[in-house]
Ligand binder design. Structure first.
Ligand SMILES: [Zn+2]
Length: 249
């Protein structure tokens, strides 16, 4: 989806936003090259682009209010799941995107931390970790949102799957079934039900998968003790309710 400098042709900037706008000057780059902005292009445009400058100016004026998602204003701390608490992952562990407009979201990937809730939050805030999920669910059912759903989290170890999925970590260890509590299942099921409702994802094992099922992965989570036969019906049940994520247990 990334559109690189496409000369003077107007679709370049209209299609892609942030990155496309950068090189829209076209005529050898010059000012527009580092200008990134509309402003730089406008200033350079008068002299350098001559006739084209007029057109560019008009287009940019219209583009200003319809910039694609990578330029959309975002509110710090804004949540996608009503039951979550926001705590930001390091920006090194995810990529800005505009889902579901640029990538279709049709998978939920279930993970197990191999550690505590606190550990998950800590490593996802670490820029050196290189990975993070959108959500972390604790054994007591609490939910942290660390990355917006419109952005691509690095969690599945597979670019295609990352781009099309929401990742959910669960506190605990794969070889300790007692870590997967009733409160965790219930909370996670509500979260997943809400995600499925937002993007029209079918509630089944084809679309709600374990990390272990991601092509090419060497991860085994959520492991054999994650009770899919219990979880999927719980998601369905939560999905059938009027407002997933906001109703009681
Ligand atoms: Zn995993």
């Amino acid at each position: 989806m990334r559109v690189r400098g496409a000369g003077n042709r107007k679709p370049a900037s209209e299609r892609s936003g942030g990155d496309g706008v950068r090189k829209r000057g076209g005529m050898g780059g010059r000012k527009a090259e580092r200008g990134v902005g509309r402003r730089a292009v406008l200033i350079g445009g008068g002299a350098a682009l001559v006739g084209a400058g007029v057109v560019a100016r008009d287009e940019l004026g219209r583009l200003w209010w319809r910039l694609p998602g990578t330029e959309k204003p975002r509110v710090e701390g804004e949540l996608d799941h009503a039951g979550a608490v926001w705590t930001a992952a390091s920006g090194a562990n995810w990529r800005r995107a505009d889902r579901p407009d640029d990538y279709t979201i049709d998978r939920v990937v279930i993970h197990v931390v191999q550690g505590s809730y606190r550990t998950a939050l800590k490593v996802f805030k670490d820029p050196g970790h290189g990975a993070a999920t959108h959500y972390v669910v604790g054994g007591d059912g609490r939910v942290a949102q660390m990355i917006r759903e419109l952005d691509v989290a690095f969690h599945a170890g597979n670019r295609d799957v990352n781009e099309r999925s929401i990742g959910i970590e669960h506190e605990g260890f794969v070889d300790r079934p007692e870590d997967f509590t009733d409160a965790m299942y219930a909370s996670s099921a509500r979260l997943t039900a809400g995600i499925c409702a937002r993007y029209g994802i079918p509630v089944d094992r084809e679309h709600i998968i374990g990390h272990v099922e991601v092509p090419g992965t060497d991860h085994t989570d959520p492991g054999p003790h994650w009770d899919w036969d219990r979880y999927i019906p719980m998601v369905r049940q939560a999905a059938a309710r009027p407002s997933p994520g906001t109703t009681r247990l």
